[in-house]
Write a protein that binds this ligand. Sequence first.
Ligand code: Q0Z
Length: 297
Amino acid sequence: MTLPFELVAQGKVREVYAVDDDRLLLVASDRISAYDVVLPTPVPDKGRVLTALSVWWFEQLAPVLAEHGAEHHLLATGDALLAEGVPAELAGRSMLVRRLEMLPVECVARGYLSGSGTVEYQRSGAIVDVELPAGLVEGSRLPEPVFTPSTKAEVGEHDEAIGFAQVVDAVGAERAEALRALTLALYRRGAEIAEEAGIVLADTKFEFGTSPSTAGPATLVLGDEVLTPDSSRFWPAITWSPGAPQASFDKQYVRDWLTTSGWDRVAPAPELPEAVVAATRERYVTAYEKLTGRSWS
Ligand code: Q0Z
């Protein structure tokens, strides 16, 4: 699909276009990645479901943002974008957002130990400068959610965990404190809502910016996508069992099939069978329906 806008950033599964000086269009595709590789088979409706989920979360999190004197970047989505020249085929998986000056840190919150957090913990008993109690295992719930920021890696690289002092160096002490407090407050509210829906929100990554147009002291603005399975770890609460890697809410069928396929995890990945695609699509729809209490269609 060619858009009447300039492409300004491209991720593995989504793109950013410039609409004008003040606004961007974030377009989510139906592409899916597994083991860091984009698969050749799209998952129908993934882009629309994740966009709808992000939009819903922006609404849910608005009170938390307001308590902290912060805002979000979402301006419009769906059919409202047709008037801006967004083609109908893309409107449902697009968000029109305020163009921000993005802060150069990934704001990660973890309520459970997993992945690179577990690796760091096993090595040092901490995640960089955040000390954790002894005896935790992959999948453990942490006594309190923790702020474990990371650098923004270049495409193809992995984000690297940084200490709070590096956040201070990057954005200043006052803003670093505000980012930590806001990240943890947003995570706590998100995890509470997810828990009520039978989903463990193990961890998530937020990106913040500041708005060049906001008058007075710079306001923190929540950007990017929020609390989707692509920016977070979602686990089914019913199978949560610390001590081994947890089943992924959305990608478990894909990972299981790729493992049994004998693929060596070096690109290119094989095409997914229809049944795996259908089951995975269903998982995205189920996550949307459980969280929002709305029917997908
Ligand atoms: C976010 C990203 C994606 C690749 C740019 N409101 C904003 N203002 C300025 N910049 C951004 C945003 Cl959201 C911005 N990214 C991350 C998103 C594909 C990279 F969809 N890049």
